[in-house]
Design a protein around this ligand. Structure first.
Ligand SMILES: [Zn+2]
Length: 167
């Protein structure tokens, strides 16, 4: 599987985090049937790290439960890296990496995760099937003309590297 990771550095596009309303137990969204894998890297075996990993997994699984299944189903691998990075999160069509030491709070974790899931919807959920090749690509993979994302990209871009000029 092609795992070309595309770095997105546009943190300024991140929408402000709005806390979800508190649910009573009876109102909790149904358990997700999400089938992906969560893995933790660069953690120690110290019990504090185990507690931290479990806390992070609960937060992310809660976030997944709030979202439509078709948004999260293409996400196959979710990696929690215990390190710092210029990008708080990275995403390809089927994988998200979160760089935990570049993220300062639980609410920031959830908002970065939701931002990256936007890329999963764009690259992994909204896909063309039988269109022609366009000037847009995901790494080496061509984006096909019947991918609904093309209409959105085309508002501002003529290819994935070339922005439209204002006239
Ligand atoms: Zn992004």
């Amino acid at each position: 599987m092609l795992l070309t990771i595309i770095a997105f550095l546009h943190a300024h596009l991140l929408a402000p985090f709005h806390p979800a309303p508190r649910h009573s137990a009876a109102q909790l969204p149904a358990l997700s049937t999400w089938q992906g894998q969560i893995s933790a890297k660069k953690f120690s075996t110290h019990p504090n790290d185990t507690l931290r990993i479990n806390h992070l997994k609960r937060q992310l699984q809660f976030t997944i439960r709030l979202l439509p299944k078709w948004h999260t189903a293409p996400l196959k691998k979710l990696e929690l890296h215990n390190d710092t990075h210029l990008s708080r999160g990275l995403s390809s069509a089927h994988k998200i990496i979160l760089h935990l030491n570049s993220i300062q709070s639980t609410s920031e974790l959830r908002s970065v995760f939701i931002h990256e899931l936007g890329h999963i919807v764009d690259l992994g959920a909204l896909q063309g099937k039988s269109g022609r090749r366009t000037t847009f690509r995901d790494g080496n993979l061509p984006i096909l003309s019947d991918d609904p994302s093309v209409q959105f990209y085309s508002i501002s871009w003529t290819s994935e590297k070339k922005q439209r000029t204002n006239k």
